[in-house]
Design a protein around this ligand. Sequence first.
Ligand code: NAI
Length: 211
Amino acid sequence: MSKRKNIPMPVIRRLPKYRRYLLELSESDTEKISSTELGIKMGLTPSQIRQDFNCFGDFGQQGYGYNVEVLLSTISEILGMKMKYKFIIIGIGNIGQAIAKYTRFEGIGFELKGIFDINPSLIGLKFRNIEVYDVKFIEEFVKEKNIDIACICIDKRGAQQVCDKLVSSGIKAIWNFAPIDLNVPKDVPLENVHLSESILTLGYLLNEKNK
Ligand code: NAI
């Protein structure tokens, strides 16, 4: 569907939230919802919702609203949930282990296929039955298993080097937890999860509130 191409980034960032609300509606057997009702739940204006949904199809019917199941299925598809992506974790410390142990990523289409670390005392250990390999094998692993996503959970010093190796091995996307702005080619999507920056934003908001 040509309409689904070039969806603006702010709309894409709202899609997981739409999916979460639509899932709740589906679980409570709600068949349809108007942009006004959805807007009230999500804190968005009805026109914002109509504009967003209009980016990927004509779903609403005047006077009827949106069919919850159709919209949920379409958004899930756009978010790649029907694809089954293979991901690996590099760095099995605090963050790496938290991600490895979170079993629900599989349910939304992201399957953990490999774990890598540089620390000899971690190599050979298993997390959710997946063995930790020496990071020196990462390139052949990515190529052989056709891995889609690399989740970088190492400290920032080695992150760019690891990232470069992943890119040259054909990784398709990077999920980065290291506090560094990684350089990647334009065709390799990069999503940063900078936890410290997030809590600092909260610190600013608290400071403002306490002024
Ligand atoms: P950690 O020190 O517990 O784990 C890092 C792991 O990466 C270690 O097992 C280490 O052996 C491995 N490693 C280091 N260099 C490597 C390389 N070149 N190749 C393969 N493995 C390598 O660190 P943690 O706490 O898990 O943090 C990971 C990243 O997330 C860091 O960049 C940190 O700054 C960031 N971060 C972590 C937070 C947290 O709550 N743990 C909060 C905010 C950011």
